[in-house]
Write a protein that binds this ligand. Structure first.
Ligand SMILES: [Zn+2]
Length: 300
């Protein structure tokens, strides 16, 4: 999910704890990536390469993209964007700072205006430790030069592209992007389709914050909207509700056990009911998710 994923393989061999639970087997190697373009609604598209899903609104006023994947697939992403009108996006929105959503800034940023929540800029200038490693700061041209704190809109190609900040969930700089006319919403990593999420506590993320944000989004997002998750296929409102149930119910099991005085090891040993088996089959396995919940709710 993040720029350190390749390193994760190396770390997973040598370190224990949460590092051992990452699994990038469903992320193809950069050279094997094929960028798949899907039309979602109107002039809004989704492009899927190796990292986070990329959203795009296209037309005569230029291309605006939401997130820009890993640097290693920028050439392929550019070729796919060219098919939609231009390989040089006019605007890039970053939903949060993680490399699988922003590394392309280091290529596309030379020709684009990058927009993000203020905390994304801060994180890219001074990246926090993530999976035990500090990543390099981004060069100036790859940073968001337009930042906002609560919400803002960009009007392009007849579309209102509205950025709304949700506090301390996946990270502390999360943006959800609403394509108001096309009725499409790009969630960034606020929404991991059907899987336990990565919550980046070291970047200000919070499990309870994420649950609250998704609860608020269930109320806000129109029932017939098409939803682009950070990772996974295009989703529906029902999928978002299901996702909310997965993380809130599993978190309650863990926090109830914490209140009953159980240790982290005891909680992990007890595990989660079978119905969460599939949710724990993605990047974040059940043990890693329990550790994340435990850490997040232990934080003062
Ligand atoms: Zn992320």
């Amino acid at each position: 999910m993040h720029r350190f994923l390749t390193l994760l393989v190396v770390f997973a061999i040598t370190v224990t704890g949460i590092f051992a639970h990452g699994d990038n087997s469903h992320f193809p190697k950069a050279q094997d990536v094929v960028v798949k373009t899907s039309k979602i609604n109107g002039n809004v598209y989704m492009l899927q390469g190796r990292g986070g899903n990329v959203g795009a609104v296209v037309g005569p006023e230029g291309i605006l993209i939401v997130d820009d994947d890993y640097k290693a697939v920028s050439e392929k992403l550019a070729a796919a964007l060219k098919e939609l009108g231009s390989e040089k996006p006019r605007f890039i929105l970053n939903t949060h700072w993680h490399g699988d959503h922003t590394e392309g800034n280091q290529v596309f940023g030379k020709d684009s205006t990058i927009v993000a929540h203020i905390n994304v800029r801060k994180r890219l200038i001074d990246p926090p430790v993530i999976f035990g490693r500090k990543t390099d700061p981004y060069p100036a041209f790859a940073l968001p030069i337009v930042t906002y704190s609560e919400s803002m809109s960009i009007h392009i190609n007849g579309e209102e592209v509205k950025l709304v900040h949700y506090p301390n969930g996946h990270t502390d700089g999360d943006t959800v992007v609403f394509f108001e006319n096309a009725n499409v919403v790009h969630f960034g990593d606020t929404f991991f389709f059907g899987r336990f999420p990565f919550v980046d506590i070291d970047s200000g993320g919070s499990v309870q914050g994420l649950i609250n944000n998704i609860g608020a989004l269930i109320q806000k997002v129109p029932a017939d909207a098409k939803l682009i998750p950070g990772h996974g296929p295009v989703a529906t409102h029902a999928d978002l509700k299901n996702y909310h149930s997965i993380i809130s119910e599993s978190s309650k099991i863990v926090t109830d056990a914490m209140k009953a005085g159980k240790s982290l090891d005891e909680i992990k040993k007890a595990g989660l009911p079978d119905k969460f088996k599939e949710a724990g089959s993605g990047f974040i396995k059940t043990d890693a998710w329990i550790e994340t919940i435990h850490r997040s709710y232990s934080k003062k």
